[in-house]
Design a protein around this ligand. Structure first.
Ligand code: FAD
Length: 483
């Protein structure tokens, strides 16, 4: 067939994985085509994920913070929230970042093709061009020939099949629009995304119910961290339904009536103004005609890859949400760099570069709730399950001068060290700014640090980050005398 464009590397999807791969490949001297169906670059993370949610969470945390200020002798007028203006602010934040990406793509001479791409064979992708793009007409297509391809087509929210189509039933994308002002709201799924959005809506005035199939909120996080979070956040919830299934829902004029199944769950259907589905995300592996290129997709829609991000087809790579858990932007970015470097190494005969592999020991997770919960490496439960004996170092923030000065001393920092090797194997923090602190623990794990390395590293006083050094000292068994 006819070829409209040809390139060294075609990147399918312009989320954090895709744009990182495209930019790295271009920086390494390759000729890159980046295919994206949406008008802006940035994927889920920038457009409808990480960034807009954090813009709203920041506003929520300021509102929550100032609510306590009367006790400190400072009073404000109660907040008045203009949802339209707030949504516009969120849009501006997103716009600043996505237009920045467009400028960077241009600077690097990455050719962006707007439209929906699917494989034709192992060396061609056909793009159904997005309408309204310059001379593009409906039905117009472009065929791109590539030497290497990097699939970065991401994931989308799972939809529960028994929930009816109704504007009052939303996923995270719908919730971010802020065009509902619910008095009461059900969050289906007590993971990070559900609880982050719940935090925003609760601060804006909604009472929350949350239903989670598993036995605890924030699956994956250390239970001690979640306990602290739950105590501080109890005021937001009418019900926290654990070990409970959502089994049916009916849209009526007065609300969405939802039926639950589980010990202690209400036996009668409950009425909600808004229902947020946050039960996970499913990969887009089955939507790109991967089979035409011979690329294997598993039964769940993930594309299996090796440590070089290579699929079963040696010149086709995959990165980000589409290759598996954890579905996080920082994982996608690092995988994107690996895939780009391997491609460049092979195409430019650079042996060292061609040997690049993804070998991160750990990938941190953060819930940007209030307080934040952040964790990396093993939790106590995981260590036990893997038969690894650990020494624990704990530092309660009630002994942190900075946390007390901030009026937020409910948090703690926990470090876990392998008893046999003394090296740090995991850590968790619950408290304000926990997400900004966890990187140090990730670095310590990557460097193979032990408690002495961390404890003797001079941390600035008074900071929340100091709690990491002090937790390490606690594990060493030495006493700490800094307040
Ligand atoms: P995506 O970001 O999903 O990008 C894929 C891109 O490919 C999309 O732009 C899509 O339009 C495009 N595409 C797909 N198929 C085609 C096709 N056939 N043709 C053309 N284009 C196509 N992660 C964090 O690390 N931190 C957070 O704080 C965080 N918060 C989140 C909050 C919410 C509400 C949500 C939903 C997610 C959040 N995530 C967060 C997860 C994060 O957004 C994802 O892990 C990340 O976006 C994955 O990047 P990706 O490059 O793999 O794919």
């Amino acid at each position: 067939g006819k070829v409209d464009l040809s390139c060294d590397v075609l990147v399918l999807g312009a989320g954090p994985g895709g744009y990182s791969a495209a930019f790295r490949a271009a920086d390494l001297g390759l000729n890159v085509v980046l295919v994206e169906r949406y008008a802006t670059l940035g994927g889920v993370c920038l457009n409808v994920g990480c960034i807009p949610s954090k813009a709203l969470l920041h506003v929520a945390s300021v509102i929550d913070e100032t609510a306590h200020f009367a006790e400190l002798g400072v009073t404000f007028e109660p907040p008045k929230v203009d949802r339209v203006k707030l949504a516009a602010h969120k849009g501006k934040v997103v716009g600043k970042l996505t237009s920045g990406l467009a400028a960077m793509a241009k600077m690097r001479k990455v050719t962006v093709v707007r439209g929906y791409g699917a494989f034709v064979d192992a060396h061609h992708v056909q793009v159904e061009l997005t309408e309204g793009e310059g001379q593009n007409k409906t039905g117009a297509t472009q065929t791109v020939q590539f030497k290497r391809a990097i699939v970065a087509a991401g994931s989308q929210a799972v939809r529960l099949p028994f929930l009816p189509e109704d504007p009052r039933i939303v996923d995270s994308t719908g919730a971010l629009l802020l065009d509902h002002a619910p008095k009461n709201m059900l969050i289906v799924g007590g993971g990070i995304i559900g609880l982050e959005m719940g935090t925003v809506y609760s601060t804006l005035g909604a009472r929350l119910d949350v239903v989670e199939m598993l036995e605890g909120l924030m699956p994956g996080a250390d239970r001690d961290l979640v306990k602290v979070w739950q105590k501080i956040n109890a005021r937001r919830f009418d019900r926290i339904m654990l070990g409970t299934k959502t089994v049916a829902a009916e849209a009526r004029p007065d609300g969405i009536w939802v039926t639950f199944e589980g010990d202690g769950a209400p036996t009668e259907p409950q009425r909600y103004d808004l229902v947020l589905q946050a039960v996970g995300r499913s990969p887009n592996g089955r939507k790109i005609a991967a089979d035409k290129a011979g690329v294997a997709v598993n039964e769940r829609g993930f594309i299996p890859v090796d440590v070089q991000q290579r699929t079963n087809v040696p010149h086709i790579f995959a990165i980000g949400d589409i290759v598996g858990q954890p579905m996080l932007a920082h994982k996608a970015v690092h995988e994107g760099h690996v895939a780009a470097e391997v491609c460049a190494g092979e195409l430019k005969d650079d042996e060292a570069l061609a040997k690049t592999a993804f070998d991160a020991r750990v990938i941190p997770s953060v819930a940007y709730t209030d307080p934040e919960i952040a964790w990396v490496g093993l939790t106590e439960d995981a260590a036990k399950a893997q038969g690894i004996a650990v020494t624990k170092g704990l530092f309660p923030w009630s002994a942190s001068g900075r946390a007390i000065a901030n009026g937020r001393d409910e948090g703690f920092t926990k470090l876990l060290f392998d008893k046999a090797t003394h090296r740090i194997v995991g850590g968790g923090i619950v408290g304000t700014h926990a997400g900004d602190l966890i990187g140090e623990i990730a670095l310590a794990i990557e460097m193979g640090a032990d408690a002495v390395d961390i404890g003797r590293t001079v941390h600035p006083h008074p900071t929340l980050g100091e709690s990491i050094g002090l937790a390490a000292e606690a594990a060493e068994g030495s006493c700490t005398d800094l307040p």
